[in-house]
Write a protein that binds this ligand. Structure first.
Ligand code: BGC
Length: 427
């Protein structure tokens, strides 16, 4: 009996076979000395660092040395500014965390390396979630490497405090506010938060999803539809934001999201609304059992996502190119996807993962991402650059941040200001 069945060999398409051979050749050609690959990113919290360290070690096994260029600042504002100035000075890193449709802008300017060779060899068009697959291509070329999918509409609750409150995990706002009042009576921060523009926008976008569902969400942030911005559900989202501020303590200025998560895990705060990088942080602290993972009220079936990706800058020496190719290839491996995403709090970009391999919280995210993708009801994050141009994102983030500082302002004024400002950048 032949060991390799003929049919299996036949089923590999010529383009894939060629790509496989190339990848094999690149791997054989890897230098005996570690090839350095500078990676610019904004993963600086404990959980983010643990995930990055795992990748660093995995690449080291292949003779690739990840040279870390980490720029602090959740949401990546600082990292993006540094990246732009480095590129202008002609000293781009080998790899950088660029996420969302901005990938296409960098590709259009011809800065990015291509990965069709890896993508075809490993069947990315069929193994990746279609949303991910689309996001990382430009004019038919793969120009970014996918890492994981984050769910942003997360509500995190301190388990002990929740149990002591005697109240259930809130699925509706009415129950949320009852629980918050209870936490206040118990002398803890009801809702822990940090007053940074990106954190306020992250919180607000979950409220838009909650008030108006994915349809209104997309109408507002994707289509920039005036009627949607002036609608009642959008006004309700603003109203909710101002009510939520009332549940926060006086020390929100300058508080980072991991500091909030620390207060939550330590039992000094009852709830936090944040993306599931919180889960990565809890894993790093071995504190997963202290916090319960749920959804922002009235978004239990929705998935507000951001997708982590990295691009590779082109025009490097051949050996660096080969290291980039190995990086891309390694990242999509099933074992790497599982290990990395467990540490990061996100879920794999591959479609063929057995959900049981994931934590309960991650299983929910993985299942909801697939379901919403199939129904066309996914909500791409505004605050995490998944949906709009940088100018549009800035308008929303700035105006929402200003409103958050003076939440007594009539919400209609805020709605009208948004419409005016969005109009002016479209002209
Ligand atoms: C990134 C995550 C990161 C989070 C907080 C998001 O924009 O996608 O990877 O953990 O910001 O820094």
């Amino acid at each position: 009996m032949p060991i390799i069945k003929k049919t299996k060999v036949k089923s590999i398409k010529p383009a894939r076979l060629l790509a496989l051979l190339f990848v094999l050749q690149s791997l054989l050609c890897l230098p005996s000395q570690a090839e350095e690959l500078e990676v610019l990113h904004w993963w600086t919290s404990d959980g983010e660092r643990a995930a990055a360290l795992y990748l660093q070690q995995t690449l080291a096994e292949q003779g690739i040395s990840w040279v870390d260029a980490a720029i602090p600042g959740g949401g990546g504002e600082g990292a993006m500014a540094v990246l732009k100035s480095r590129v202008l000075q002609g000293s781009a890193p080998a790899a950088a965390q660029i996420i969302g449709p901005d990938i296409q802008n960098w590709a259009a300017l011809d800065f990015l390396g291509h990965f069709n060779i890896v993508a075809l060899a490993h069947d990315w068009p069929n193994i990746l979630h279609p949303t991910v697959d689309q996001l990382i291509q430009y004019q038919g070329q793969y120009v970014a490497v996918p890492f994981g999918v984050h769910r942003i509409n997360g509500l995190w609750l301190n388990r002990e405090l929740l149990a002591a409150s005697g109240l259930p995990v809130p699925r509706h706002w009415k129950d949320f506010f009852s629980l918050a009042r209870k936490f206040q009576d118990m002398g803890v921060i009801a809702l822990v938060h940090g007053n940074e523009p990106w954190q306020n926008a992250t919180l607000f976008e979950t409220l838009v999803l909650s008030s108006g569902g994915p349809k209104l969400y997309r109408a507002v942030f994707e289509q920039l539809d005036e009627a949607a911005i002036l609608s009642d559900p959008f006004a309700q989202a603003l109203g909710l934001l101002s009510r939520l501020k009332g549940l926060m303590d006086a020390d929100i200025n300058g508080r980072t999201w991991p500091q909030s998560t620390r207060l939550l895990a330590d039992g000094q705060a009852g709830m936090q609304i944040m993306g599931d990088w919180v889960a990565g942080e809890l894993t790093a602290w071995q504190a997963n059992d202290k916090v319960w993972c749920a959804s922002v009220p009235e978004t239990a079936d929705d998935h507000l996502y951001s997708i982590d990706t990295m691009v590779m800058f082109k025009d490097l020496a051949l050996s660096s190119y080969q290291a980039q190719i190995s990086f891309a290839e390694t990242m999509a491996r099933t074992d790497v996807q599982l290990n990395y995403n467990r540490l990061k709090g996100s879920v794999p970009v591959r479609l063929d993962i057995q959900p049981e391999a994931l934590s309960d919280c991650a299983q929910t995210s993985y299942r909801l991402f697939k379901a919403n993708e199939a129904q066309g009801t996914l909500a791409p994050s505004l605050a995490h650059s998944m949906v709009a141009t940088a100018e549009v994102e800035d308008v929303f983030v700035k105006i929402i941040h200003e409103f958050f500082q003076t939440p007594d302002r009539p919400v209609l004024q805020v709605q009208q200001e948004l419409v005016r400002n969005l109009k002016s950048i479209r002209q």
